[in-house]
Ligand binder design. Structure first.
Ligand code: NDP
Length: 507
């Protein structure tokens, strides 16, 4: 449904030119009516406990912290603040379950539980989507159409492997590692939980998971699903609390495997925390992906891919295409098209189904984005932002485009983790490869060209764990994901993701 301001004049269909009479960069002369998803699909508790041994319990000492809605700055719920004593309790509960219940089940029985979890996630998908958008600030169309369905499909996919480990690793015996400590970030809270928990359980491990402090609620709703699915107590444990709790978990002597997704800085500390032990480790860290557009690319599709690459999830995506490398001969037309497209992006209420860019996850993240954008202006790059209204409350940031960017600028080197695109140009494929690889990161990249042979050549020369061709930000549970260099090591997804949770022995 659309509403039109009284002053707008829309040409009659028969006389309307294809462009609707709009000049370049002009906005469409009507507004979408608000279409908010119902918040009452979610029943928020006033207070959430830790999930240890199949039960919700208060933190030792009873401390809590508050999770807020970043789009309104209003509190959502009080959440238990775990202590190191709670870390110990959770690891002991996980160990017990690994020895006595979950670890004793056949692959076929484990698969039934994982299928059940996947089904319940689908049945309760609207509740999860609304809660995820309220707690993280991401648009409901993304939590509804991407995060929750992908989370459910990860459980479905790994359920399929649980009784087929002999086929995944022919000639070897795959044994679970034991207790996995898993630490996840705030940008895809439920999806990162699924990436971590599903392969771990499929392989027979038990887990203690720590969600990010700004987005603990979907993990706690997931704990309710574990109860609903009748998962043996202690198989999944959820500890909410600050970063130090994450480190206490990483360094706990009875943990066998550590999996972390988050910043490179904390990834380094975790690496140090497990050094000198025999714990298995996977790290999925930051990125500064190049999205490369050649002069033979279909420009309109490329524009959609660029927009999806950097403005999806407010740009708070480790694999975001934050550096646009465009071939010099098409730079101007492409930038003009991008600016036109930016004018149609809707920033606002994450629960409005028409919203494209929601709220930034936290005040500190908003401050970081603001500071880096200011550095871009100070260092001489040219800033473009569409003239869109931002809500009066909440942490919002306009979609931003920088041209005239030099490789030395901070906005071209540092992970911004916000809706900010830096445009650089190149003349030859060699120059594109050199610029794309000129980063300490190596998580993802994109290539836009009409030539299949060029795609294959570029892919083989790019130091990036994932390279998308004529698309961007596509995810699938069957496909491995992970980085090179400071983007981390180890893979999640696919059979590679399963490998990270097993010890292979000779038959
Ligand atoms: P962090 O890396 O600090 O947070 C990720 C997770 O690690 C959270 O659960 C966090 O807990 C936990 N954590 C924090 N400190 C420690 C520690 N010492 N030991 C163990 N676990 C810890 O990311 P930030 O939230 O601080 O974001 C900072 C920047 O990191 C962003 O601007 C972005 O550039 C990048 N980032 C990258 C992500 C990715 O997917 N690659 C995801 C998130 C951020 P808590 O929330 O309680 O602090």
């Amino acid at each position: 449904m659309v509403t039109r301001p009284a002053s707008s004049v829309v040409p009659a269909a028969s006389s309307a030119p294809n462009s609707w009479g709009l000049g370049d960069g002009q906005a469409i002369p009507w507004e979408y009516a608000p279409a908010p998803e119902a918040r009452d699909l979610v029943t928020l508790k006033e207070r959430y406990g830790l999930f240890i041994g199949g039960r919700f319990v208060a933190a030792t000492g009873g401390a809590t912290f508050t999770s807020i809605d970043p789009s309104t700055e209003q509190p959502l719920a009080a959440v238990a603040k775990a202590t190191t004593a709670d870390v110990d309790k959770a690891v002991r509960a996980a160990r017990r379950a690994q020895r006595r219940s979950w670890g004793q089940l056949s692959g076929k029985e484990r698969a039934k539980y994982l299928f059940r979890i996947s089904r319940i996630l689908q049945e309760r998908s609207r509740e999860f989507a609304v809660l995820e958008s309220m707690d993280s600030g991401k648009p409901i169309k993304e939590s509804r159409d991407v995060d929750v369905p992908l989370a459910a499909s990860h459980f479905w996919y790994y359920a399929g492997w649980a009784d087929k480990l002999d086929y995944a690793f022919p000639g070897r015996v795959a044994r679970p590692l034991g207790v996995a400590a898993q630490i996840i970030p705030w940008n895809f809270p439920l999806l990162m939980l699924a990436w971590k928990i599903a392969p771990a359980l499929a392989a027979g491990n038990t887990v203690v998971l720590k969600p990010a402090s700004t987005t603990p609620l979907s993990a706690l709703l997931f704990a309710e699903i574990c109860v609903q699915a009748d998962l043996p107590p202690g198989t999944v444990n959820i500890l909410t609390g600050p970063g130090e709790i994450g480190m206490a978990l990483v360094t706990h002597p009875d943990v066998d495997k550590v999996a972390f997704t988050g910043s490179t800085e904390i990834g380094r500390k975790i690496y140090q925390g497990v050094a000198g032990t025999d714990k298995a480790l996977t790290l999925e860290l930051g990125g500064k992906a190049a999205n490369i557009v050649f002069d033979d690319a279909p420009l309109d599709q490329a524009v959609e891919g660029i927009v999806n690459g950097i403005y999806f999830n407010q740009g708070e995506v480790c694999c975001a295409g934050s550096r646009l490398l465009v071939q010099e001969s098409i730079a101007q037309p492409l930038i003009d098209k991008l600016k036109d497209r930016l004018a149609t992006i809707r920033v606002g209420d994450p629960l409005d189904k028409n919203t494209d860019v929601g709220a930034i996850n936290s005040k500190s993240q908003l401050d970081k984005i603001t500071e880096l954008v200011q550095s871009g202006v100070d260092e001489g790059a040219e800033l473009y932002q569409p003239a869109c209204d931002l809500p009066e409350r909440g942490y919002f940031f306009r979609p931003t485009l920088f041209t005239n960017v030099a490789q030395s600028h901070r906005i071209a080197r540092e992970e911004i983790f916000g809706p900010v695109l830096s445009v650089l140009t190149f003349r030859t494929p060699d120059e594109a490869v050199e610029k794309a690889n000129n980063t300490p990161y190596g998580l993802s990249a994109g290539i836009w060209t009409d030539k299949g042979s060029r795609i294959l050549e570029m892919v083989s020369r790019m130091k990036a764990g994932v390279v998308w061709a004529n698309t961007f930000n596509r995810f699938d549970p069957t496909s491995p994901f992970g980085g090179y260099k400071e983007s981390g090591f180890g893979r999640e997804g696919g059979m590679h993701g399963l490998h990270a949770y097993v010890r292979l022995e000779d038959r």
